[in-house]
Design a protein around this ligand. Sequence first.
Ligand code: ADP
Ligand code: MG
Length: 263
Amino acid sequence: MSYQSSKQSASQAAELGPAGASRVAVDLKEVTKTYHTGPIEVPALRGVSLRIASGEFVATAGPSGSGKTTLLNIIGGLDRADSGEVWVAGHDLQRLSLSELARLRLNRIGFVFQTYNLLPVLSALENAEFTLLLQGVPASQRRERVEKLFLEIGLDGLENRRPAELSGGQQQRVAVARAMVTEPALILADEPTANLDSASAIALLDVMEHLNRTTGTTFIFSTHDPQVMERAHRLIRLRDGQIVSDETRESRQPQITTTKTAG
Ligand code: ADP
Ligand code: MG
């Protein structure tokens, strides 16, 4: 593994191109978050500043409790920062209303969770098209988009299976399809491989990297698995709610192959 410390080159990458600021997918400035459980205060993020360019393939790593989930939830608008600035796909999340946040999540952000979170009574296809249903996309278009994506990520032929009839790796690929089918600007995946065996974890990373390369969608995933960290083009390590290192892998700069912008 050949990571090179290059906080600077990452922010330079974010500023490349004629679109300027629109190439920035995520921009955090001094973000803090403390959870209050009764009288006890638990600081989860303690001044996190971070800029991620559109099209990057980034892992956040760190021990349990280091703030990975909190960070992804704040970027995804599932949780609010106590202070600091949170810019995602050109929006100042701290200033959005709850309904504006919900709309941003629906249209611009895809989520992948550790435990897949598929609906057990729905088929793989029905699970994957669910967000399109919420967006009001007609049935024929929903099916067409899901089938195209399934073919691309090796799920063709499994459309009618329920989650219980799929392996963990297949279920997580359905979850990735569900996240990607709306063509979001950003995919957030919280420990997506934590429940997978080693081969399935690598297969999932292959799928995510392929989608990142071919669509230009920004991927941010958390992990504490070294073999998953190794696949990231940029690795951000957290400890006790702070960034302790931010390294870009030189041979794998973000590859933006479409004209999609973050805005
Ligand atoms: P990670 O995902 O790296 O394990 P988290 O972001 O889940 O870390 O947690 C960071 C810190 O915040 C931990 O100390 C955790 O116990 C605390 N924390 C996270 N979520 C909550 C919550 N909903 N209520 C109280 N404390 C929380
Ligand atoms: Mg977590």
